[in-house]
Design a binder for this molecule. Structure first.
Ligand code: FES
Length: 637
């Protein structure tokens, strides 16, 4: 009886051998294919569809297989188990493909607090070129004492410690290069310095990494530690996505699966290492050239990255194991930097306000500002910080994964083929759209969904409560057995060959998500007794921060209706804050101070959040006086 079988994936021409009974999702992972698996392989999201073209598999529970895929060999990869040699086709929209990484080009970098006067340039790791006197029978101090004395004299480093690995290489390196060396010293704790390594000769370039560990995307900046310049950057999806799309699914996997925590920790590290390898390869660098890293992530991501159990974050009273994290050696974490390089996780504020928000606040200069600023990071949770140099208050509202494409029938992350902008002609209902990288459309990402909601309302296809206005006559508007839906792109134009639609339940989900963000903003303002007029500037960060159409975001009531000039889109502020901490010990100390100073407001307790939320469940809001620019449009409807 056959115990092993071969699974071939087309059109990739990848194949693996696996034991009979292996789920196809596992076989795909072993073959190096990443499939969309929003529910983490539980068989509930219906996203991991494959088509069997040769051979057979036990399809298992197919309850979540979307109706359009029933028949014709389609199965759910997480449920179907191989029974013999088999060939399967991977449809385009089942693939987890590389993200569009937010880059700085569209960001107002000069408006963020730069290193200039704000923070002195003093990286947490620096290289000091030294020429030591050779020892003699008379001048017979040890190699280390000699090095320490010279570092004290040349660089003012008083309390230099060392680690065993650096010590082991010291004697040989000094003698091999005629006592001319570069000493690489980490200074991540005030008043303490540690020798990480010595390298022969002078002037060798060394680098650091600023890392944003997002739930969806991981971004790594390669930074020259001598100049502070970003040499290059890379980003990709977080490989943890194979265990679920959002932090809750991942916490559940970590808590309930025997190898869950290990799986997630390894997936995060694997993702970062893959990006490091690409950067090293492109720039001809070695692992030992990377001497430090700072990492910003939400509190769950930081726990998982460090291998710390995050389970208590999810259950009342929502307590993380830690909000301040130890500096860890790269070697201990299995990251491909110099094994002794310090890896510094940025501190968090609370379970749902993490180091990524602290990094964003640092990058905007909010904590040093005389005037009142608002920082909004829109992802799976909407994290909001209001404050200035006097006070900072933060909250996290559960917006759900809509703006990252989750929970929406044709939603997707911001990657190639995602519709990121669209317009509906109010007379003909013809749709014009832009996709990321100009590819044939696969689905709609967050900015496309915001546009879609605004345009559906503007064209009168939905009413203020988000209900489809059935009497509108258009071939694009149709009633299915389950729902009304509007065709954004016909199957003839799409990558997957089927119509891309927005349904009435999608609209409802989006309205709930935007209402949560707006209610969070209103609640925070109410709590400190201020109104929007007092806010000088509003910073928008997050996955769609660089692409969001502010008029449409205001039009649907996601963002407050204020002068558009007060908005600043800052994209990935998490990696910017991490970079500041890498390049300035003072900025790193300030990040720690921000995490300590910030007051966290729990929205489920004793405040007006639920009232604000219910009032915001209309387009743009129950109270049109709050949205004067949208009210003009509503009057025309
Ligand atoms: Fe298979 Fe969600 S249904 S991963």
């Amino acid at each position: 009886m056959q115990t092993e079988c071969s699974v071939a994936f087309i059109p990739d021409n990848l194949s693996v051998h696996v034991p009979v009974g292996t789920p196809l999702l596992r076989a795909a992972t072993l073959a190096g294919l990443e499939l969309t698996s929003a529910c983490g392989g539980k068989g509930t999201c219906g996203r991991c569809v494959l088509r069997i073209v040769k051979g057979t598999a036990d399809p298992g529970d197919e309850a979540s297989l979307p109706a359009k895929y029933r028949g014709d060999g389609y199965v759910l990869a997480c449920k179907a188990r191989v029974q013999g040699d088999i060939t399967v086709e991977v449809p385009g929209d089942s693939r987890l493909i590389e993200h569009q990484v937010l880059v700085d080009s569209s960001l107002l970098a000069e408006e963020l607090v730069g290193l200039g006067d704000a923070y002195p340039f003093a990286p947490i790791c620096r290289s000091v070129d030294l020429s030591l006197d050779e020892p003699t029978l008379v001048a017979n101090a040890s190699d280390l004492t000699r090095l320490q004395a010279e570092l004290r004299r040349r660089a003012g480093l008083e309390d230099l410690r060392t680690n065993l690995a650096a010590l082991r290489q010291l004697g040989g390196t000094l003698r091999a290069c005629g006592w001319k060396v570069s000493a690489h010293v980490a200074e991540h704790h005030p008043g303490q310095a540690e020798l990480i390594a010595v390298s022969p000769g002078h002037g060798e370039r060394k680098y650091g990494l600023a890392v944003d560990i997002g739930t969806t995307t991981v971004v790594v900046d390669l930074v020259d530690l001598a100049t502070g310049l970003t040499v290059d950057k890379r980003g990709t999806y977080n490989k943890q996505a194979r265990y679920g799309d959002d932090v809750i699914a991942r916490i559940i996997h970590a808590a309930e699966d025997a190898t869950g925590l290990k799986d997630l920790t390894e997936a995060a590290r694997e993702t970062i290492n893959e990006l490091i390898d690409r950067l090293l390869g492109k720039h001809g660098l070695r692992q030992d050239d990377l001497l430090a890293a700072t990492c910003a992530g939400n509190t769950t991501m930081t726990h998982l990255f460090l291998g710390v159990d995050p389970r208590h974050i999810r259950v009342e009273p929502y307590i993380p194991t830690a909000t301040c994290f130890p500096v860890v050696r790269a070697g201990e974490l299995g990251l491909r930097l110099h094994p002794g390089a310090p890896v510094v996780p940025l501190p968090a504020v609370a379970s749902y306000v993490g180091g990524d928000v602290v990094a964003g606040v640092l990058a905007t200069g909010l904590a040093r500002s005389d005037s009142l600023l608002l920082f909004i990071d829109i992802g799976t949770n909407g994290e909001i910080v209001l404050g200035n140099k006097e006070f900072m208050v933060a909250c996290s509202c559960s917006a759900g994964p809509c703006f990252e494409g989750g929970g929406i029938s044709n939603g997707m992350r911001a990657m190639k083929g995602a519709i990121q902008r669209l317009h509906i002609d109010p007379a003909t209902y013809a749709v014009e759209y832009d996709t990321i990288a100009g590819a044939r459309p696969i689905g709609l990402c967050g900015s496309g969904l915001v546009d879609a909601l605004a345009e559906l309302r503007r064209a009168g296809i939905i009413d203020r409560a988000g209900k489809f206005v059935g009497e509108r006559k258009s071939p694009s508007l149709r009633r299915t057995d389950e729902d009304w839906e509007f065709v954004v792109a016909p199957g003839s134009a799409t990558e997957c060959g089927r119509d891309l639609c927005i349904t009435e339940s999608d609209v409802k989900n989006l309205i709930r998500a935007k209402a949560a963000v707006y209610a969070g903003i209103s609640t925070l303002l109410r709590m400190v007794g201020m109104d929007l007029e007092a806010v000088e500037r509003i910073y928008i960060a997050g996955g769609f921060g660089s692409y969001l159409n502010v008029k449409d975001a205001v039009g649907i009531g996601l963002l407050p209706d204020v002068d558009p000039a007060r908005y600043r889109f800052i994209g990935n502020s998490s990696v910017k804050g991490a970079k500041l901490c890498l390049l300035s010990k003072e900025a790193k100390a300030e990040a720690e101070e921000i995490a300590r100073r910030m007051t966290y407001l729990e929205l489920s307790l004793g405040n007006t959040f639920m009232d604000e939320f219910v009032q915001a469940l209309f387009l743009p809001h129950t109270n049109l006086k709050l949205f004067p620019s949208a009210a003009v449009q509503e009057a025309i409807q």
